[in-house]
Design a protein around this ligand. Sequence first.
Ligand SMILES: CC(C)(COP(=O)(O)OP(=O)(O)OC[C@H]1O[C@@H](n2cnc3c(N)ncnc32)[C@H](O)[C@@H]1OP(=O)(O)O)[C@@H](O)C(=O)NCCC(=O)NCCS
Length: 178
Amino acid sequence: MTIQLETERLLLRPMNEHDVEPHIDMMRDPKVAKFLTPGGAVRSRADEWRAAASVLGHWRIRGYGWFSVLEKQTGAWVGRVGPWMPEGWPGLECGWSIASGHWGKGYAPEAAMATIRWTFDRFPELSRIISVIEPENANSQAVARKIGETNTGESFVLWDMKLEIWAAERAKWLARFG
Ligand SMILES: CC(C)(COP(=O)(O)OP(=O)(O)OC[C@H]1O[C@@H](n2cnc3c(N)ncnc32)[C@H](O)[C@@H]1OP(=O)(O)O)[C@@H](O)C(=O)NCCC(=O)NCCS
């Protein structure tokens, strides 16, 4: 079965082997790494290759995962957004990262809305979807607010980072956004 989502400006499809290089490039940009790694360190190509492999493996194991986000107009790969719950995660997350050359166009919220709708539809028992956000990551908090998430006051420790858990409750979200 082909999984593809479409929004006004974007096409989303499961991340695949052709997206590994643009994903590595995006993740090794210091602006992108800033709130994603301990101390904002840019990880080696080898580490990022393994991280990309785990994104592809997540789809294989769970049957869902991060979608590649493609600009409809140009076909450009601009980032990855969507459901994510590796072992030990505090819940089913909607995550987002966009290549810095495409920030500020509203792509993350546009893609996140589509993947949240898809995730709630796919998992009828799921009562809430979360996002795990570094407390200083204002850009990501802006996305969370735009898509109807609020800060729950809960936290999750990943490596040496204490992250905040934002969430959208299923019933409220569907009532608001349909
Ligand atoms: C967080 C992120 C996905 C937002 O993506 P986006 O498509 O730019 O989202 P938006 O266009 O809605 O912009 C979100 C906020 O980023 C800020 N922003 C916008 N353009 C920007 C730019 N060119 N440079 C810096 N910040 C910018 C603004 O504060 C904006 O909020 P506003 O629209 O209320 O002013 C993106 O900044 C990113 O990939 N960051 C690095 C990875 C990351 O931290 N991911 C989240 C992990 S929790």
